[in-house]
Write a protein that binds this ligand. Structure first.
Ligand SMILES: Cc1cc2nc3c(=O)[nH]c(=O)nc-3n(C[C@H](O)[C@H](O)[C@H](O)COP(=O)(O)O)c2cc1C
Length: 317
């Protein structure tokens, strides 16, 4: 059995990356039932935007319970270190995970050794995804007790690493320096890409875009069609937050405005929301963001087929 599968108690080392708004209980349970690991992102089953933190936490409690009703397999939830969580939302999410018996935390943001140690002491399995991955950060996370690392390249969908290191390069680097298993994230859209990253050191994959174009993903059909229709050369990349995060979007209003703002020297343009773009399919009111390799996805498959396709790459004969 592969080390990632062993640590997480799953059949295939295929982890579905949490995606705000579109990783619902249905998607998460479908991935976990297929033998991968589903991960609930924020606003998982919400239909409307909730602005109150406690109400958001209660909505996540409902999403966790909905997931449990659909699967008896392990699944995780997305949390953020304190530095990226000024309102204390994540702290409450960790407490909620403990109350509800969710044992796997998928942490996105800067490495915080103190918090990793505290989560480990609380009995969680920690998958650490530094948003701008570095070797120093990986070593710190390993030392603090993280179980698995995610090496994210700038091929990813969503908010991309500001450092322009591709997925294969960052996977090769991190897996050379740490002893804990490394997952590749960014543009793992088919078995070939999973294999390429396995060759350079990945022991599993961490996947968003391919699962957006799945039967069980609640992204709107308009968003799915827009993603499939976008030519790979037509995606727009714009920078937000003083160069620390970049967004790749399909070519609609917010992406174009972001790009124009950057040209004028404004590195903090509004980024739009997945709620409008991806969930509601209102492309001019929000963003549609996916990997630059999305054009290599030719069909909308079930999560079971996707998990098996990518997972078979890691199953030893
Ligand atoms: C639409 C979208 C939303 C995302 N939202 C989140 C999020 O809320 N939290 C998080 O940790 N990562 C988020 N991500 C990153 C994914 O968890 C994952 O790292 C990424 O999708 C992997 O790259 P890929 O899309 O090329 O497979 C998001 C990605 C996408 C495409």
């Amino acid at each position: 059995m592969n080390r990632v599968s062993e640590i997480l108690g799953i059949k295939y080392p295929v982890i579905q990356g949490p995606m705000a708004w579109i990783t619902s209980s249905k998607l998460v349970a479908a991935v976990s039932n297929a033998g991968g690991l589903g991960v609930l992102g924020t606003s998982a089953d919400n239909e409307e935007i909730i602005r109150d933190i406690d109400a958001s936490v209660e909505a996540m409690r409902a999403a966790i319970r909905n997931t449990k009703a659909l699967t008896d397999k392990p699944f995780g939830i997305n949390v953020f270190p304190e530095a990226g969580d000024p309102y204390g939302f994540s702290k409450k999410m960790v407490a909620l995970a403990k109350e509800e018996g969710v044992k796997i935390l998928v942490v996105a943001g800067m490495v915080s050794p103190k918090e990793i140690k505290a989560w480990k002491a609380d009995g969680f399995t920690v998958i650490m995804r530094e948003d701008n991955p570095t070797v120093r950060g990986a070593l710190e996370a390993e030392k603090a007790g993280a179980d698995i690392l995610v090496a994210t390249g700038c091929d990813e969908g969503g908010c991309m690493p500001g450092l322009s290191t591709g997925t294969t390069a960052i996977t090769a680097l991190l897996s050379e320096y740490v002893h804990i298993p490394v997952l590749s994230a960014g543009g793992i859209v088919n078995a070939k890409l999973a294999l390429a990253n396995k060759v350079v050191g990945a022991e599993g994959v961490f996947v968003g875009t391919r699962f957006i174009l799945s039967k069980e993903c609640r992204a709107s059909d308009i968003a799915k069609k827009d993603i499939m229709d976008t030519h790979p050369d037509d995606f727009i990349v714009f920078t937000q937050s003083n160069g620390h995060s970049k967004w790749r979007t399909t070519p609609h209003k917010y992406g174009k405005e972001g790009l124009e703002a950057n040209k004028q020297g404004n590195m903090n343009p509004p980024s739009g929301s997945f709620y409008y773009g991806m969930l509601r399919g209102d492309l001019d009111a929000g963003v549609n963001t996916v990997s630059n390799l999305s054009s290599l996805i030719h069909s909308i498959d079930s999560c079971a087929d996707i998990v098996k396709e990518l997972g078979d790459v890691f199953v030893e004969e």
